[in-house]
Design a protein around this ligand. Structure first.
Ligand SMILES: [Zn+2]
Length: 239
């Protein structure tokens, strides 16, 4: 049994063997990926002269994922709403001595995960706040908003800061986020008092005094803002 786990979010549709977001086809095909992996099991089955059934599923785990798909195409797909049921059924599968023997033989072919998360070289990361529309680092802070020098896009300083702490916690997942490290990372666009206030709002504070650090509550920006009562107060052009 091959389970291809996908953390997609958004509105997807599947039609004529293609995957679409808002009507635009994407290059990735999770069903084909799962089938390819499943076919490797078939090769091993032949090579080792074993006898077992091969199945594959694509499992979508993100609660913000919606898929429009015809029932006849859904055979190898597990959507979030079915996940609990699916796991229950998996747990019911009985493993006998024969299955154990097969899994031990297959285990010889396991390889270490070639995609270990790379360490990020802090010296090579460009610091500062950037525009979420055009990527320019030329953000000019006003009272509560930053205006992009490249494209004119406006964003509240609070939201820009929140994007920054998400970036930091993804890039430096091994390191502690402190008032100092986040200021170095984002530049002095916010006063230190605002930095502390926002860290306390969007993160969990750990420790006291000099050893204080912060753990972000959530890495999904929409959820993080929503759960922590972010209010965009600066007009409809500002986000
Ligand atoms: Zn811009």
């Amino acid at each position: 049994m091959v389970n291809e786990i996908k953390n997609y979010s958004g509105l997807y549709s599947y039609k004529d063997s293609g995957w679409f977001i808002n009507g635009t086809q994407i290059s990735e095909d999770p069903l084909a990926q799962a089938a390819r992996t499943g076919n490797k099991l078939l090769k091993l089955r032949a090579l080792l002269q074993l006898n077992f059934e091969r199945e594959y599923k694509v499992v979508f785990v993100n609660p913000n994922f919606n898929l429009n798909i015809a029932p006849e195409d859904e055979k190898n797909i597990v959507q979030r709403s079915m996940l609990r049921h699916y796991m229950k059924e998996l747990n019911k599968i009985h493993i006998d001595a024969r299955a154990r023997g097969i899994s031990l033989k297959l285990k010889d072919y396991f390889i270490d995960d070639p995609m270990a998360l790379p360490e990020v070289d802090a010296a090579r990361v460009k610091c500062g706040s950037y525009c979420s529309r055009c990527g320019s680092f030329e953000m000019n802070a006003r009272n509560y908003i930053a205006v992009c020098g490249g494209c004119g896009y406006k964003e509240s300083l609070e939201k820009m800061f929140v994007r920054g702490i998400i970036d930091y916690s993804v890039l430096f997942f091994n390191e502690r986020m402190t008032t100092r490290s986040i200021r170095l990372f984002l530049g002095d666009i916010l006063h230190i008092r605002s930095v502390r206030r926002l860290l306390n709002k969007y993160c969990v504070k750990v420790g006291q005094g000099k050893s204080t650090y912060y753990i972000i509550k959530n890495q999904d920006i929409d959820k993080l803002l929503l759960d922590n009562n972010y209010i965009s107060r600066y007009g409809s052009n500002t986000h």
